[in-house]
Design a protein around this ligand. Structure first.
Ligand SMILES: NC(=O)c1ccc[n+]([C@@H]2O[C@H](COP(=O)([O-])OP(=O)(O)OC[C@H]3O[C@@H](n4cnc5c(N)ncnc54)[C@H](OP(=O)(O)O)[C@@H]3O)[C@@H](O)[C@H]2O)c1
Length: 260
């Protein structure tokens, strides 16, 4: 199916790795010009080079309003418009309430809720000039709370609420804002979470992996590309009447059977 994204311009925060890089690759495959933003200049440049000439790196901390606005301004000056924005930053440490401290809360809130809100504030006026779309990547912990994901659950539930507020406000101006909520996805971040939960529980990483797979009816982790396909559909004109929606991409994970 042609998604109708050829010739469009997209901005992907957190586009140097994991889900964000997969989204950038998917959009570039559809003929979209993609600007990817992240903090680590070298990793970002390497990812952009790998993804090809239609992917353009901009180094920025996307939770910082000035740096985020500079990326949006550069994109508008260089490419003339922005049709799609995808927020993929985030780094919530795993753990129960007693396992995380104030620094963890600030990291989780800043790298995701604040970064997503900052991107929306900077980019939605540009999307509103000709009816664009945004997707905020949350996580299924925001839909299905679990003790070991107290930070991810709290932040992702807030991301969902942020998107629904903005969808109602900007829907009147032709902009659509939706959220996608992955379960466990095979990215570098998931490996770090597995290691941390294993340490906190005092069990092996293999045990945590077995518990995770046991909660996933397909018996495997999701791939970043599988999340990216859903994101690409949602920012495309094929999803023209989908606004304020939240879509789990988690293989019907049963957290009650997670065994953690
Ligand atoms: N992987 C999973 O299993 C899973 C499950 C559910 C939800 N999610 C969510 O999906 C999103 C992406 O996860 P992922 O697994 O793809 O993570 P990842 O592989 O760690 O990639 C995160 C990306 O975000 C960038 N980033 C982080 N903070 C940033 C900031 N302040 N400004 C700019 N860029 C920033 C990182 O680059 P720099 O560090 O260089 O900035 C990197 O490009 C996160 O919101 C995560 O919570 C992931």
């Amino acid at each position: 199916m042609d998604l109708g994204l050829h010739g469009r311009v997209a901005l992907v925060s957190g586009g140097s790795a994991g889900i964000g890089a997969a989204v950038a690759a998917r959009l570039a495959d559809e003929g979209t010009t993609v600007v990817v933003a992240a903090r680590d200049r070298r990793r970002l440049a390497a990812t952009a080079a790998e993804l090809g000439p239609s992917v353009h790196p901009r180094t920025a901390d996307m939770a910082d309003p000035d740096q985020c606005a500079a990326v949006v301004d550069w994109t508008l000056r260089t490419h003339g418009r922005i049709d799609a924005a995808v927020a993929c930053t985030g780094a919530a440490p795993a753990g129960r309430l007693s396992d995380v401290d104030e620094e963890d809360w600030v990291l989780a809130l800043r790298s995701k809720l604040l970064a997503h809100a900052t991107l929306c504030r900077a980019v939605l006026p540009a999307l509103a000039t000709h009816g664009g779309a945004a997707v905020l990547v949350g996580g299924n912990a925001g839909l299905q709370a679990a003790p070991w994901e107290v930070l991810a659950g709290s932040v992702n539930a807030a991301v969902l609420s942020l998107a629904r507020s903005l969808a109602a406000e900007y829907g009147t101006r032709g902009v659509r804002i939706n959220t996608v909520h992955p379960g466990p996805v095979d990215t570098g971040r998931w490996g770090l979470l597995t290691a941390r939960v294993a340490t906190l529980r005092g069990v092996s990483e293999q045990q945590v992996e077995r518990d995770t797979l046991g909660s996933l009816p397909p018996g495997r982790l999701c791939t970043a590309d599988e999340v990216a396909s859903v994101v690409a559909f949602l920012v495309s004109p094929r999803a023209a009447f989908v606004n304020g929606a939240h879509l789990a991409v988690d293989g019907a994970q049963q957290k009650g059977r997670w065994g953690l």
